[in-house]
Design a protein around this ligand. Structure first.
Ligand code: HPA
Ligand code: MG
Length: 214
């Protein structure tokens, strides 16, 4: 396990005017925090690391919706490219589970898991694909549910891990970026369902948090 690409607490990202962002979000963003290109480059390397470790066994990839869908799709594309272009190749099957644990930018303290067919995991090598690990509560709840069905192996990859005092201490097997305790959106991460349609991972301004508040 590595701690991923470290983004320091004092790192505040990039001026949004130096990047292309949708017009409808221009006034809502404070900074571009992780540009889309960097996300894809890091994802390419995660795909290589995962393939090296998971070896010759078929992978049962589980996407944690909704925030994980972009990362999942790009990670699978990179894994598929390795399958096409290297001697090692393993079949991949995919499934989806939906979790919800945030309202506004605050964890609700409850984790709902919706629409799962977790019994299919028995004897499989499961790769859980998450967008972000914050308190760790969502992933730990999900993992204990998956493990009831006796998979052969479970690995977790998360694009982001937040350094926060609210953390349970849980660390995934693979980490894209370790980030400071800031609320981020974009690349399928949302604030009350908005900003999933933004390529870069960005920081919102306070006005936007008010504007889209529930
Ligand atoms: N952004 C979006 N969703 C989240 C975050 C975040 O920073 N942390 C946990 N879920
Ligand atoms: Mg998530």
């Amino acid at each position: 396990m590595t701690s991923g690409l470290q983004i320091k607490d004092e790192d505040c990202g990039f001026n949004k005017n130096l990047f292309c962002v949708p017009k409808h979000y221009e006034d809502d963003l404070e900074r571009v925090f992780i540009p889309h290109g960097l996300i894809l480059d890091r994802t390419e390397r995660l795909a290589r690391d995962i393939m090296q470790d998971m070896g010759n066994h078929p992978i049962f990839a589980l996407c944690v919706l909704k925030g994980g869908y972009k990362f999942f799709a790009d990670l699978m594309d990179h894994i598929k490219a390795l399958n096409r272009n290297t001697d090692q190749s393993v079949p991949i099957t995919v499934d989806f589970v939906k979790t919800k644990s945030y309202c506004n930018d605050i964890p609700t303290g409850t984790v709902s898991i919706i629409g799962e067919e977790l019994s299919a995991f028995k004897g499989k090598n499961v790769l859980v694909v998450e967008d972000i690990i914050d308190t760790g509560k969502t992933i730990q709840t999900l993992l204990s549910r998956i493990k009831e069905y006796e998979p052969q192996m479970v690995k977790v990859v998360s694009l982001l891990v937040k350094r926060t005092i609210r953390s349970s201490g849980y660390k995934p097997d693979y980490i894209g970026f370790e980030i400071p305790d800031k609320f981020v959106v974009g690349y399928a991460l949302d604030y009350n369902e908005y900003f999933r349609d933004l390529n870069h991972i960005c920081i919102l301004n306070e006005k936007a948090k008010e504007k889209y508040k529930l």
